[in-house]
Design a protein around this ligand. Structure first.
Ligand code: 4NP
Length: 162
């Protein structure tokens, strides 16, 4: 069975598409590409159809990560389709909870911070939209940390992947 992971932020043009691209690359590097469905979405639909923010794409490209996602808003089907629905910050988490159709779906909503291992000072992935270059680098540092632990978690949850 495939593991289905959806990363969620506000606009779906910075943090969550970067998480999606980074996690996809990590999974592929371990040889598990065909065992995962990986996607991202935003709680706000104002950027739907757009490519990711060029500053995020450039910062990711400098680390060898290509971002090709087109922004979309979270939809009701996402709550049935994904095993891990992972919010970048508390606002995204609360928005997802409000949208979740039932309690069972609510149990599949996580905060990205649950997967951080090496950043004790960060309890969320900060919105880089109004920040300078360092804001985008920080997002990538946090994503690198959390994506490792997320993969370990997914492998634990699926015996066929070990
Ligand atoms: P993201 O960043 O949630 O990481 O994609 C943002 C992108 C756009 C806006 C806010 C945050 N915005 O307000 O348009």
């Amino acid at each position: 069975m495939k593991q289905r992971v959806l990363f969620v932020c506000l606009g779906n043009i910075c943090r969550s598409p970067a998480a999606e691209a980074m996690f996809r690359m990590l999974v592929a590097s371990k040889g598990y590409a065909d065992r995962f469905v990986i996607d991202s979405a935003g709680t706000y639909g104002g950027h739907s159809g757009e490519r990711s923010d060029v500053r995020m794409r450039r910062a990711a490209a400098a680390r060898g990560i290509e971002m090709t996602h087109l922004a979309r808003q979270v939809r009701q089907e996402d709550f049935e389709r994904f095993d891990y629905i992972i919010a970048m910050d508390d606002n995204n988490y609360e928005s997802l909870f409000r949208l979740a159709p039932n309690r069972e779906a609510g149990r599949r909503i996580y905060r990205f911070r649950e997967f951080l291992r090496n950043h004790p000072d960060w309890s969320y992935v900060p919105d880089p939209y109004y920040e300078g270059h360092e804001g985008f680098e920080l997002v990538l540092d946090l994503l690198e940390d959390g994506c490792q632990a997320l993969l370990e978690e997914c492998l634990k949850g699926d015996d066929s992947l070990r």
